[in-house]
Design a binder for this molecule. Structure first.
Ligand code: ZN
Ligand code: ZN
Length: 312
């Protein structure tokens, strides 16, 4: 099972649809068995209808990220590893210990891997900020903040270096200075690693956005199709065995500004559309089109127009 990056729905390749006739491709992913056409490297998600093949080709793997500039994010850890023998080996300082270098390297690598692991969450958050009221600041401020953190911590390292030169003799003062040095050294290295990694990631993600589809929550119309097909499946399970085939009509739709959730009022017509034989459902789905709740509701009120008071 793979996960569609546009709608977060699971899919298996053989169930993906032909881009020309919308039927399942089956085992031959090159040529449609129904219309006989070459699918030209495209395959549509059975849930949301977006191209999943382009995502499979373009997704940012660790190797691809490293090759496309991500290796720069490992720079600070590399510099720390080089400084241990080249600088600290020749300029020993009471506050310095190799433990500080190991801590700084591990910290920087952890930051690099964490940011890489949440790359698509960062992308979705950026898109969500365009249609929802998303809390927090944009990645530009995060990048600037991490660089400032790195610079500030590097200044602390420098100050300790200058202070420690006159040789701290008190062993307790020396130990606390050593711990402070290790913390500042790690923060400086990790701050720069985070700033650089995030900068390269942003660049790669924006390049990715030019070839892959936007997340489904950006398009209410397509989201509605996904929700309606989930509602239809649920209703057909409810009425299985009763042989009833119903039609769905959306009579009200609203979206929550902060979560992107969709609230719907749906009429389920069990006979001809104008007949009274219909049920009303209130449906709530998240921004990926997954049903959160669905329960019977009052039908939309019908009443004649009234005006009270006023002149003429
Ligand atoms: Zn086809
Ligand atoms: Zn999908």
């Amino acid at each position: 099972m793979s996960v569609c990056m546009t709608c977060r729905g699971e899919y298996i390749s053989s169930k993906c649809l032909c881009p020309f006739c919308n039927t399942a491709l089956g085992d031959n992913l090159q040529r449609c068995r129904n219309c006989g056409r070459d699918v030209q490297g495209r395959r549509l998600c059975p849930r949301c209808g977006s191209d999943v093949a382009v995502w499979e080709r373009e997704r940012i793997t660790l190797t691809k990220f490293l090759a496309q500039g991500g290796f720069l994010g490992l720079g600070p850890a590399f510099v720390v590893a080089l400084l241990a023998p080249l600088w600290w080996g020749k300029n020993p300082m009471p506050a310095y210990n190799h433990f500080a270098s190991i801590l700084a390297i591990l910290f920087s690598l952890a930051v690099f891997m964490t940011l890489f692991a949440i790359r698509y969450t960062l992308r979705e958050r950026r898109w969500a900020a365009e249609v929802q009221t998303v809390r927090g600041v944009s990645s530009v401020y995060w990048i600037a903040g991490f660089f400032l953190l790195g610079l500030g911590a590097a200044m602390v390292v420098f100050i300790i270096y200058m202070l420690a030169i006159p040789q701290v003799s008190n062993p307790i003062a020396n130990l606390s200075l050593m711990m402070l040095f290790a913390a500042a050294y790690s923060l400086a290295s990790a701050g720069f690693a985070a700033g650089i990694t995030l900068f390269v990631l942003e660049y790669d993600l924006r390049r990715l956005d030019q070839v892959v589809p936007q997340p489904i929550f950006m398009n209410t119309d397509r989201l509605l199709d996904v929700i309606l097909s989930a509602v239809a499946t649920t209703l057909s399970k409810k009425s299985s065995g009763q042989g009833k085939k119903s039609a769905l009509e959306v009579v009200r739709l609203s979206r929550d500004e902060s979560s992107g959730d969709v609230n719907l009022l749906i009429l389920e017509h069990l006979g001809p559309r104008k007949s009274d034989n219909s049920h009303t459902w209130r449906v709530e789905a998240d921004k990926w089109g997954r049903l959160k709740s669905m329960y019977p509701a009052f039908p939309p009120p019908q009443f004649s127009r009234r005006v009270i008071g006023g002149e003429g």
